[in-house]
Design a protein around this ligand. Structure first.
Ligand SMILES: Cc1cc2nc3c(=O)[nH]c(=O)nc-3n(C[C@H](O)[C@H](O)[C@H](O)COP(=O)(O)OP(=O)(O)OC[C@H]3O[C@@H](n4cnc5c(N)ncnc54)[C@H](O)[C@@H]3O)c2cc1C
Length: 596
């Protein structure tokens, strides 16, 4: 049976030593969260994930969700009680607005917490994750009446939320949606249509489910310019806040799928369901982007969380499993064979996963702190810079963390050999669960296109120029530090390659848009590798500083070895990405469609 230990110490090291937590003291929410409070919250969150959620992961996978003939969906045994405890513990509303019952703590805490919850039980994590996203969209774009009615219970998690975009004939291309909204005399709308693949779309964990659904108002323009966002509750809410009649939205079926069995993936049939507009008419995608961006960051964390839990179990197995002898002579001569951790190839797999995880966690923490800065910084320049950074890095971390997260789950499974293929090991569940993260919230190919097509050229390239500036400034500031020099040189080389790739895109992408599309996957991964190398340099700097003060420990010292491993054995992939992307679209587009 797999196990999980939340990496609380690592998160705290990143906050305190790498990102200089005190620097954020000017943000109002941080006044409520001095580092000892952060430490207490994270360690409680870790315990909840380890003790309550992780034990339900395998049973939830085996049992899955079930739907009865009336369209009611039951979640696996134990989920309902765990969710009740999660709500009562205040975890859903950790970073929610206190005006609506939230705890008003910094957003980075909610992100850090989500890594632990996801790693322990991804299917469970999706219910509060989607609720937080729906509440954020309502908080930013909803009118006061809607907020008063729905936000308090969504903020605490007593009611859960969903995101209804996908229809049978459209997933990526939302301009094709057919779901209709018809204006009613009382200011509401009647929604009719079918939404598919709706995560947490129907379940028994909360007394009401608040669907955020995109639809086309009668007479609206075709394409994405005619999409509006609506709120449609499962149960209508009376003026006194009590629950009223069942709305005309029912779960037609739930999907039988590869992974995340504990999360219900529903077909929702809307038949004149009562709904209210969120934000402006025909500006629905704009309003929904709040939820989609939050969800993309959330899915990025899913890639990391699964990679972490898969690593922990593979590493434990590798220290225990006896097979063969070390190439350089027996390491445990008293035993019939050495543990497989002695074999270089087993170490390769484990180190590739861990060297990704620890730098990816740093990148996640940096982006999460940026989210707090973007929302609250009193300094307009810092606010804008943080917002630019999140916009640029969101598609990169969604695409890279989930591509690599899945590959790492497979690698961790490989460490267990045949036993990893057997359900009891739990490793094959990590592989199955990780696979969806590359697809939903915009398939990774679409993230890469968003990066090269939208995020790079936005505001004349302001965000990407600022990112290059930040990395260059770090290199310049630390130029004279001889101990750090081995960690800086690889970053400098990768940055050079990334800049070269960006220049190539500017020169060739406009001339032939297929060049941009053909380069996008490699560009996204080249960017990801560069950002991870930058994180390793920042981590190395923090560890060296601790060592100089005599305050390091074994776990921190090992980070220097991991940084060197990353630079020697993973970063060289950057050159391959650059070579591939600058070969252009020609070889990809050469065959006519009929030849496939
Ligand atoms: C388990 C699960 C849960 C989900 N949860 C939700 C949910 O809660 N809410 C919701 O609304 N949806 C949800 N989805 C839907 C999910 O977001 C979509 O499946 C996803 O966005 C891809 O859409 P699609 O399946 O229609 O694929 P398509 O759009 O048909 O894409 C197929 C392939 O073509 C590629 N492609 C498409 N267009 C382009 C392009 N312009 N350029 C380059 N490549 C392109 C894609 O990258 C993909 O590889 C869920 C799906 C699953 C399986």
């Amino acid at each position: 049976m797999p196990s999980y230990k939340a990496p609380v110490d690592d998160t705290l090291f990143l906050l305190k030593d790498v990102f200089d937590f005190d620097r954020y003291g000017n943000l109002p929410r941080f006044a409520e969260a001095p580092i000892d409070v952060v430490e207490a919250v994270l360690s409680e969150a870790g315990k909840f994930a380890e003790k309550v959620l992780q034990p339900l992961n395998r049973s939830g996978d085996e049992e899955g969700c079930t739907r009865d003939s009336s369209g009611n969906v039951a979640t696996p045994e134990g989920f309902k009680e765990a969710y009740k405890a999660y709500v009562e513990g205040g975890w859903v509303g950790l970073a929610g607005d206190p005006a609506y019952g939230g705890q008003g703590l910094p957003h980075f805490l909610a992100v850090a917490l989500s890594e632990y919850v996801i790693a322990a039980n991804l299917s469970f994590a999706m219910y509060p994750g989607l609720t937080n996203g729906a509440a954020a969209a309502l908080w930013i774009h909803g009118d006061d009446a809607l907020k008063r009615t729905y936000l308090p219970k969504m903020t605490t998690g007593e009611w859960t939320g969903t995101m209804n975009l996908t229809e049978p004939h459209c997933g990526t291309d939302l301009g094709l949606i057919k779901t209709k909204a018809v204006r009613q005399g009382d200011g509401s709308f009647a929604i009719t249509g079918q939404k598919i693949f709706i995560s947490a779309g129907e379940h028994d964990m909360a007394e009401n489910i608040i669907h955020l659904v995109i639809a086309r108002i009668e007479g609206a323009p075709a394409g994405t310019k005619g999409i509006s966002l609506f709120l449609a509750p499962k149960f209508l809410v009376n003026a006194d806040g009590s629950l009223g009649a069942r709305n005309a939205v029912v779960c037609g079926s739930i999907e039988h799928k590869m992974g995340i069995h504990g999360n219900s993936t529903a077909v929702l049939n809307y038949d004149g369901a009562k709904a209210w507009l969120i934000g402006e008419e025909n500006r629905g995608l704009n309003a929904m982007f709040v939820m989609m961006n939050a969800a993309r960051l959330g899915v990025a964390v899913q890639g990391l969380g699964l990679s972490e839990v898969a690593y922990q179990n593979a590493a434990a197995y590798a220290k225990d499993r006896l097979q063969g002898r070390s190439l350089t002579g027996a390491k445990e001569p008293g035993k019939p064979a050495d543990p497989i951790i002695v074999h270089p190839d087993v170490r390769r797999m484990l180190l590739e996963i861990r060297a990704f995880n620890e730098a990816a966690r740093a990148l996640m923490v940096w982006v999460a702190l940026s989210a707090d800065e973007a929302l609250e910084s009193p300094d307009p320049a810092a606010k804008r810079a943080a917002d630019d950074r999140i916009g640029l890095l969101t598609p990169i971390i969604k695409g890279v963390f989930t591509d690599v997260g899945f590959a790492n789950a497979v690698k961790a499974q490989q460490v267990l050999g045949g036993h990893g293929y057997i359900a009891q090991s739990g490793m094959e569940q990590f592989v199955r669960d990780a696979r969806i993260t590359m697809i939903y919230e915009g398939a990774n190919g679409v993230q890469a296109l968003d990066l090269v097509g939208r995020k790079l050229p936005k505001d004349g390239g302001r965000a990407v120029t600022a990112f290059f500036g930040e990395v260059s400034a770090f290199l310049a500031e630390n130029k004279g530090d001889a101990a750090l020099a081995p960690y800086l040189a690889p970053v400098k080389a990768a940055l050079g390659q990334l800049q070269q790739a960006t220049m190539w895109l500017m020169q060739n992408g406009m001339r032939n848009p297929d060049n941009a599309g053909a380069a996008s996957h490699d560009y996204m991964h080249l960017f990801g590798l560069t950002a991870l190398a930058f994180m390793w340099a920042r981590i190395a700097k923090a560890v060296l500083a601790r060592q100089a003060k005599g305050k390091s420990n074994e776990a921190l010292d090992s980070k220097l070895a991991l940084a060197k491993f990353f630079n020697a054995r993973m970063l060289p992939e950057a050159s391959a990405h650059l070579a591939r992307l600058s070969s252009g679209a020609e070889t990809l587009m050469a065959l006519p469609a009929a030849a496939f």
